[in-house]
Design a protein around this ligand. Sequence first.
Ligand SMILES: [Zn+2]
Length: 123
Amino acid sequence: MRIDFKKIGSKKRSFSVEKEGVVFSGEYKRENELVDIRGRLEKGLSVECARCGREFMIKLDEKIHLKANDGIFRGSIDGFDVVEFFEGFVDFEELLGGEIESIRLDYHLCPECTDGEEFSYEI
Ligand SMILES: [Zn+2]
């Protein structure tokens, strides 16, 4: 799902994309020169256990709030990552792909490796 930046107005529109079993859906609208995107990641994703290397499914239910810019963004906004697109479109699959990649890079332990692990905090 690619949306032309020029066609995005200040009225909210909805989007929904799916990749590798993960659903990313929500709303987007123009906010000054940026596009404000609020959505939710849902369903499940297969990740690799950091200890035994086994693939297992994790459940996802995560709020996503980000901003997109048509080209290089030179300003800064507190607390927000501004995603830059260079072809004149907001590409929701690409956004979802980036989120999936960053979730996969997190530290995950499968249920078998989790035993006893939950309570060993480092101080
Ligand atoms: Zn494991």
